[in-house]
Design a protein around this ligand. Structure first.
Ligand code: S3P
Length: 180
């Protein structure tokens, strides 16, 4: 049973969820990227969904994609940064496994987001708006079962830390691994 549980990665855009998920994949977990699932099922990119239908429709697709993962075993699920906004998503994530928050400081996030593309809510012409969104979400991310600081760690170090904490807690039969 304990070897079949899932890890759900949450965190702001640019916190390294997809990269850490790939490393965990190399450690034997199946890997599911929720945004990629939404794109695959809707046949549209995320910027297209936001531009044509609006954020509300995207959030519905996101919850639907999360719900469709029920029954998943030994996988790491990388979520979009806004997954924490709906109470229903928390219920679904908790049912799937251990929720891990990849924490990163604002400077780290801004630098990574400046180098990236395709994120409708990371408006590079208005960083104060993006930072305000990050600040508003912080208390939500902190509801995770495990918080891992990623600022001065490589994705491999972050993945190691997650593995150590979750395998210990799964052996003990608890969900929350406690402080990392
Ligand atoms: C979003 C984050 C994105 C994606 C969408 C909305 C958000 O995912 O789901 O653009 O609300 O923070 P990443 O966190 O993987 O960039």
């Amino acid at each position: 049973m304990r070897d079949e549980r899932n890890i759900i990665l949450i965190g702001f855009m640019g916190s390294g969820k997809s990269t850490v998920a790939e490393v965990l994949h190399g450690m034997g977990f199946d890997c599911i990227d929720l945004d990629a699932l939404i794109v695959e099922r809707s046949g549209r990119t995320i910027p297209e969904i936001f531009a044509r239908d609006g954020e509300g429709v995207f959030r519905d697709l996101e919850t639907e994609a999360l719900r469709s993962l029920a029954g998943l075993r030994r996988a790491v699920v990388s979520t979009g940064g806004g997954i924490v906004g709906r109470e229903e998503n928390w219920i679904l994530m908790k049912a799937l496994g251990t929720i891990v928050y990849l924490q990163a400081g604002w400077e780290t996030l801004r630098t990574r987001l400046a180098a990236g593309e395709g994120r409708p809510l990371a408006d590079k012409s208005d960083w104060s708006k993006v930072e305000a969104l990050w600040r508003r979400r912080l208390p939500l991310y902190e509801k995770a079962d495990l918080i891992v600081d990623t600022d001065d760690r490589t994705p491999e170090e972050v993945a190691e830390r997650i593995m150590k904490a979750v395998s210990r807690s799964w052996e003990l039969g608890v969900t929350s691994p406690g402080p990392s």
